[in-house]
Design a protein around this ligand. Structure first.
Ligand code: NAD
Ligand code: FES
Length: 284
């Protein structure tokens, strides 16, 4: 396993953190769309995170995560200089990027991070990139500055209207598509209901729509079947056939059911970790 050392940590929005990891072998090969599998402790689970950015010269990759469960809470405890136990990647297929004109990249919540890498790839391929990002509230918006470096248009929405336009990203998307019939493609990364809603918006316009799926993964290399999704009636594995798929063909209902499957176990695990932390704090 190549050495992977946490170089920098920053809290960038709400409970969303950004880490820069020195992992030259992965940084050299990583392309937009790729993800890594991490393991923080010997007994911990392996979990996937999409690569938000790479710096080939410095040999680093950027990952962004929201603390939602035990694994991300453990990751949050690492400090600069700490080594990650396992970091495997880059995994998944590269985003299929070609020079096609104007592309809209939509990012919702923590999905903004993965969307950043895709948008950068489209920009580097010579496309005119329109970024649409949205979150529940102003304090959950991030990467505005980073995206504005290469996106000539950056549209922002918040559910509560505390920043940008009040409403959902799909409302901005529909307005923008109506203004410009020359758009060649829409890419969306974020919560599953958002990606489903984006695909519904673009379908009547006949617009190519790619979504990046966040299925539950165990091995990340196509062996376990945990990440299976149905796309166009066929079973696909998100880790090796994706994570990006045609949004008009994904069975979102099944995906939502599968993502709910381990919620109870996750809550039990978080509670156990809290009890251990409280007991440790009481002893010290
Ligand atoms: P959230 O629920 O706060 O939503 C973020 C934004 O997405 C909203 O502000 C809104 O603009 C849009 N949105 C949400 N639901 C929508 C709907 N039904 N219709 C239209 N627009 C909608 O997001 P969050 O809590 O930051 O997101 C966390 C979720 O995102 C987690 O479930 C995580 O697994 C997922 N995620 C997915 C990826 C991926 O690769 N697809 C990456 C990171 C996070
Ligand atoms: Fe095991 Fe994809 S995570 S097959």
């Amino acid at each position: 396993m190549p050495q992977a050392v946490l170089e920098k940590y920053a809290l960038i929005a709400g409970q969303t953190s950004k880490i820069i990891i020195h992992a030259p072998d992965i940084a050299r090969k990583a392309r937009p769309g790729n993800f890594v599998m991490l393991r923080v402790t010997e007994t911990g689970e392996r979990f996937p995170l999409t690569i938000a950015d790479t710096d080939h010269d410095r040999g680093t990759i950027t990952l962004v995560y929201l603390v939602v469960g035990k694994s991300t809470a453990l990751l949050e405890r690492l400090e600069a200089g700490d080594e990650l136990l396992d970091l495997c990647g880059p995994l998944g297929k590269n985003t299929a990027i070609e020079k096609s004109g104007t592309v809209i990249c939509v990012g919702g919540g923590t999905g903004i991070a993965a969307m950043h890498h895709l948008a950068k790839g489209h920009h580097q391929a010579g496309n005119h990139v329109i970024a649409i990002i949205g979150a529940r509230s102003k304090n959950l918006i991030f990467f505005e500055q980073e995206l504005s470096l290469f996106c000539p248009e950056l549209l922002i929405s918040t559910d509560d209207g505390s920043y940008g336009t009040k409403g959902l990203v799909t409302e901005l998307l529909i307005e923008r598509i109506k203004k410009d019939p020359t758009i060649s493609e829409v890419m969306a990364v974020g919560p599953v209901p958002m990606m489903e809603a984006v695909a519904k918006v673009t379908k009547p316009f006949g617009l190519k729509t790619i979504v990046s799926l966040n299925s539950i993964m165990i091995d990340g290399v196509g062996m376990c079947g945990a990440c299976r999704v149905t796309v166009g009636g066929e079973t696909k594995f998100t880790c090796v056939d994706g994570p990006e798929f045609d949004g008009h063909l994904v069975d979102f209902t099944e995906l939502k059911q599968r993502l709910r499957a381990f919620r109870e176990q996750e809550l039990i695990s978080i509670n156990q970790m809290r009890q251990i932390q409280e007991a440790a704090a009481a002893v010290s």
